[in-house]
Design a protein around this ligand. Structure first.
Ligand code: FAD
Length: 356
């Protein structure tokens, strides 16, 4: 058994941001990551993915992301940035280690890995992201559908769908971007719960970050946010999505009433045949390692205090980077910094050496 003050679980951007602030805290700590290589979930996103904002708006604390050749950095540039970031700050990342279970033992927490290793700690920062917990809604008849099904978490490129009839389900940025490239090689139908909301062509993801920052400021100042119409997940009109609109494939229809063996049936009785379905229906927090502590609610989230980052039921557990319930825009590169700083401030304060 090893003993440290703090274990950070997850070595993606959130875990590294926490590590950056922990370096200066005086606490001993280690970052445990199940991946074989640096980069967190960016290693698994589809091949053509580019960020929806420039490098200057995609940095974690300290060292900014280097400028990109393109207006928007490619996923490989994000992976390279996170890899170099980890080395630059000599962050103590141990991988591959899958944390399986956390349990309380007196005034300590025990962190168990699936290979038998164990850490005894005073605080846990859980920063395991969402990629390992893809979400797919339930539909009547889904288990009878004989076609191919794939979640966006595992989508790589459009090649396997060439010549097929493909339903793309989900009205966010993933759905729009995957539709944009699959529609070049396949006959696509875009299915969304609500009518998708698009940003104007002449703005990019920075608008979403500005909205998130205004919401955060308003929360800090105890006032209502001064926000334009629109949400935090509106679709950014990146060039492939603009191109899809020009080709006339960016229109969506509402969800079916049920799946059939060959496709789907809508409430008006009409049917469509599909060879494949790509689920772009999002993710839930990947927090199964916290199940033993009894913290997870029916939505898969954890009750946090007003700071958004500390578990109410287990105050030695902090959560970082899981999305808006855990801090507005915390699941973005630029958005995680303010929450990582706050987590480490709280961890440091609650683990300060007592006077003897
Ligand atoms: P992750 O990157 O998932 O890192 C968590 C790490 O923890 C992983 O390495 C994982 O393997 C590990 N882990 C999980 N469970 C365990 C365990 N039990 N034990 C040990 N390790 C574990 N953000 C932007 O800022 N700009 C964008 O343009 C943008 N585009 C996006 C496009 C897509 C398609 C998606 C899906 C997301 C996008 N995001 C964007 C959002 C966000 O930046 C990413 O989701 C980001 O990867 C979240 O970082 P994270 O460190 O919180 O989680």
């Amino acid at each position: 058994m090893e003993s440290v003050d703090v274990v950070v679980i997850g070595g993606g951007q959130s875990g590294l941001a926490a590590g950056y602030f922990l370096r200066r805290s005086g606490l001993s700590y280690v970052i445990l990551d199940v991946e074989a290589a640096p980069g967190g979930a960016w290693q698994h996103t589809w091949e053509s993915l580019h960020l929806f904002s420039p490098a200057g708006w995609s940095s974690i604390p300290g060292w900014p992301m280097p400028a990109s050749r393109d207006a928007y950095p490619a996923r490989a540039e994000v992976i390279d940035y996170l890899t170099r970031y980890e080395h630059k700050y000599a962050l103590p990342v141990v991988r591959p280690v899958r944390v399986q279970r956390i349990s309380r033992s007196g005034d300590q927490l025990l962190v168990d890995a699936d290979d038998g290793r164990q850490w005894q700690v005073r605080a846990v920062i859980s920063a395991t992201g969402t990629w390992r917990h893809p979400y797919r809604p339930a539909f009547d008849g889904l288990n009878t559908f004989a076609g191919v099904q794939l979640h966006s978490a595992h989508y790589r490129n459009p090649e396997p769908f060439a010549g097929l009839r493909v339903a793309i389900i989900g009205g966010g940025n993933s759905g729009a971007q995957i539709l944009a490239e699959v529609s070049k090689v396949a006959q696509t139908t875009w299915i969304t719960q609500q009518k998708p909301e698009f940003l104007a062509d002449d703005v990019d993801g920075r608008v979403l970050f500005e909205r998130a920052t205004e919401k955060w400021r308003a929360q800090q100042e105890g006032r209502e946010p001064d926000l334009p119409q629109g949400g935090f997940g509106d679709i950014v009109m990146v060039p492939p999505v603009v191109d899809a609109r020009q080709r006339g494939v960016l229109a969506s229809i509402g969800p079916p009433a049920r799946f059939t063996a060959t496709g789907m049936q809508w409430p008006d009785g009409s049917e469509r045949t599909f060879d494949a379905v790509i689920w772009c229906t999002g993710f839930r927090p990947a927090v199964s390692h916290l199940e033993g502590l009894g913290l997870i609610d029916a939505q898969g989230q954890i009750d946090v205090d007003d700071s958004k980052v500390r578990s109410v039921a287990e105050p030695a557990v902090w959560l970082l980077g899981y999305g808006d319930w855990n801090g507005t825009a915390s699941a973005t590169l630029i958005g995680v910094t303010r929450y990582a700083r706050e987590v480490v401030r709280q961890v440091t304060a609650s683990n300060a050496p007592t006077n003897v």
